[in-house]
Design a protein around this ligand. Structure first.
Ligand code: GAR
Length: 209
């Protein structure tokens, strides 16, 4: 099987991107990150990509306005012959045209147990503040396919962390991020092994050979 060609979209630190880079180096994923794109110029993830000689580009929404933005992103992904798009802390909505171009080919990581604490506006510390304020005893991370609604498509993997009385939004974020760094590479590895089957909203993980 030829290595999976992965395109990663980011908006920030890119610690999940780093987890993917590390997993590929450890040969836990039979794939290659062929491009990293960011909607934020200052995203540290762009530097992480460059540190590993991965092609990385800031796509400026002042240059590519309106529909030109997703068209530009799609052009780059197509030029790079990307098989799987990974949203690793990418905080911009994905245009329906792009979802149509990659059916069950775009995955996102979210720092809560979807369908809790997710959807429009749920990113950064807000997710963890709300989980603590609600009083849930577990939170966690979710990797899911992307559809037209934010944080909504079929769930691929989820993992929990306990929410303790002593937790602050910062400490919960740290615990969840640790889980994210395992879960995202695991999901990409399953994808590269063609072990993910989507049946309606449900995802079946097929046995490995
Ligand atoms: C991660 O916690 C990711 O789950 C979250 O942004 C952070 C990015 O961190 N994504 C969302 O909230 C999407 N709704 P990173 O840049 O260090 O990978």
């Amino acid at each position: 099987m030829s290595p999976l060609r992965i395109g990663v979209l980011i908006s920030g630190s890119g610690s999940n991107l780093q987890a993917l880079i590390d997993a590929i180096h450890k040969q836990e994923i039979h794939g290659e990150i062929v491009v990293v794109l960011s909607n934020k110029k200052e995203a540290y993830g762009l530097q992480r990509a460059k540190n590993h000689q991965i092609s990385a580009e800031y796509v400026d929404s002042r240059v590519y306005q309106g529909d030109h933005y997703h068209e530009r992103i799609m052009t780059i992904l197509q030029e790079k012959q990307v098989d799987l798009v990974v949203l690793a802390g990418y905080l911009k909505m994905i245009h329906p045209d792009m979802i149509a171009a990659y059916p069950n080919g775009i995955i996102n990581i979210h720092p809560s147990l979807i369908p809790s604490f997710c959807g429009k506006g749920y990113y950064g510390m807000k997710v963890h503040e709300e989980a603590i304020a609600y009083g849930v005893k577990v939170s966690g991370a979710t990797v899911h396919f992307v559809d037209e609604k934010p944080d909504h498509g079929p769930v691929i993997l989820q993992e929990t962390v306990p929410v303790l009385w002593e937790d602050t939004p910062e400490s919960l974020q740290e615990k969840v991020l640790k889980i994210e760094h395992q879960l995202l590479p695991q999901a990409v590895a399953l994808f590269s092994q063609k072990r993910i089957e989507v049946v309606g909203r449900r995802v079946k993980i097929k046995e490995g050979s």
